[in-house]
Design a protein around this ligand. Structure first.
Ligand SMILES: Nc1ncnc2c1ncn2[C@@H]1O[C@H](COP(=O)(O)OP(=O)(O)OP(=O)(O)O)[C@@H](O)[C@H]1O
Ligand SMILES: [Mg+2]
Length: 448
């Protein structure tokens, strides 16, 4: 793994662990993109997300479906800059201190289409059947409604309102007024289509926007005078931290988490393009935990490889290979895995095809078997050579906690001892943060 001296004021990238064979510390560079696949409770947060956040020299974005990552790093990160917690589903339970209107991202057909795609992907159960007609048509309807709402300066909650009024042509007229004629024609065909078909399309789009119908999310997505609006362009120029949290499953606010994450990363790209060498002056670190559950970013595999050269360093964390295939398809998942300069396998996965692929990538060694036999005619020694897997699939499936296998481009795969935060010099800071912000601290405050 190469070192790029002193980028962003720090000589090294993200900590990856100690190579078991040599004890050498391994670090990524500030150009490497990371993908981590590890089963539940294997130490993804303890050994990767938290240490990566602690190593970040500049802005950090973190996604999660749990509060642990926020509790552990909120204290140390507050000392480095502003901390924002986006928690529309109240997983963490903080009051909204800012709002982010998702339509601030939507300025044209392309951004409207992306926003609709986040809602489509994030609202269905992983692997749920999609209808070849109604799904794309529902997504078209959402695209048109989102762009029309944005152009007319409505909040995003205007979209469910229009969805409850089949036949209302206001969004079509808005699109015509702003000269989005093609989109207006497509929208008109859905808005005025035969009622059976229209009912199916509106129903599909309503399912995609289920999370917008919960009243408690309004302060997070609607601007008000008493809360600042989150600005992704300012954020990427700061040393701040953005935690985005959502539950998975029915009513998940995953689409909002995805939309905000994408808005920040795209703002980082725009900023990088204005900077010397097309790179951020200080890298942005993204600890994207539970990606397949709460941040289903459809374009990610296509974009992943070029983020590294811009100083946008993401770790896409999945619990297994199948999750990735359900979000991006088989080809997309392979693309993501291949685009990452560093792929980490942290154990706890029992998908034979995946573990056999890794075993093949780790390779074989030649074993010499010597057999010694005696007979009446004397002693005979025979030697035979056999190729054996260095780390067979069964060993990968039973990898103990505290070990990972790292596949880095340009280097042989290696077994590493992970670096859980408890063993690091900054452990007291994490403990203090958990004491201050963790659930026990919250309970203490309630009883006082
Ligand atoms: N290397 C380690 N040494 C000792 N304890 C560890 C180690 N790694 C993880 N743990 C402990 O194991 C538990 C699970 O760790 P962690 O929450 O990091 O796993 P995870 O993969 O993020 O889990 P989840 O899938 O639930 O998000 C925690 O209690 C953590 O303290
Ligand atoms: Mg975790």
């Amino acid at each position: 793994m190469r070192l790029r001296e002193n980028y962003g004021g720090v000589p090294r990238g993200l900590p990856l662990g100690y190579e078991v064979r040599t004890g050498v510390e391994l670090w990524s560079t500030w150009e490497d993109m990371v993908v981590t696949i590890a089963g539940p409770r294997t130490g993804k947060t303890t050994s990767y997300s938290i240490p990566h956040i602690m190593a970040a020299p500049g802005p950090v974005i973190a996604t999660s479906n749990k509060r642990d990552i926020v509790d552990a790093t909120r204290g140390p990160r507050s000392e480095r800059g502003r901390v924002d917690i986006y928690d529309p589903q109240q997983v963490y339970g903080v009051a909204p201190e800012f709002s982010w209107p998702p339509l601030s991202y939507v300025t044209d057909e392309v951004t409207a289409k992306k926003m609709a795609a986040h809602f489509a992907a994030g609202s269905r159960e992983l692997g749920a059947h999609t209808d070849a007609f109604f799904d794309p048509a529902g997504q078209d309807l959402l695209t048109g409604f989102m762009l029309a709402a944005s152009m007319a300066n409505y909040d995003i909650i205007q979209v469910p309102t229009w969805l409850a009024q089949p036949g209302n042509q206001e969004p079509v007229e808005i699109l015509r007024h702003y000269k989005f004629d093609v989109l207006a024609d497509i929208l008109l065909s859905h808005v005025t289509g035969p009622s059976d078909q229209r009912g199916g399309i509106y129903g599909t789009a309503q399912t995609m926007t289920t999370c917008l119908s919960t009243r408690t999310i309004l302060p997070w997505i609607v601007c008000s005078d008493d809360r600042p609006v989150f600005d992704p362009d300012l954020f990427v120029r700061s040393g701040g931290t953005l935690y985005s949290i959502s539950r998975e499953g029915q009513g998940s606010t995953g689409p909002l988490v995805t939309a905000l994450t994408v808005a920040v990363v795209e703002a980082a790209e725009r900023y990088a393009n204005q900077c010397v060498g097309g790179r951020l002056p200080t890298p942005l670190v993204g600890a994207l935990d539970e990606l397949a559950n709460i941040c289903r970013w459809g374009d990610l595999p296509d974009q992943y490889s070029h983020f590294g050269s811009k100083g946008i360093i993401l770790n896409a964390i999945l619990q297994n290979w199948a999750q990735g295939e359900l979000v991006w398809g088989e080809k997309g998942m392979w693309k993501l895995w291949a685009a990452a300069n560093i792929a980490i396998y942290g154990g706890g996965v029992k998908e034979r095809a995946f573990t056999e692929n890794m075993a093949a990538a780790i390779g074989e060694y030649e074993r010499l078997d010597v057999s010694d036999s005696r007979s009446e005619s004397g002693r005979s020694v025979s030697r035979s050579h056999h190729m054996r897997s260095i780390m067979p699939a069964s060993d990968l499936e039973s990898l103990p906690r505290g070990r990972s296998v790292i596949f880095a481009s340009g280097a042989r795969p290696c077994l590493v001892k992970t670096r859980p935060w408890m063993n690091e010099p900054y452990a007291p800071d994490i403990r203090a943060s958990i004491d201050t912000y963790g659930p026990k601290a919250v309970k203490r405050k309630v009883h006082q």
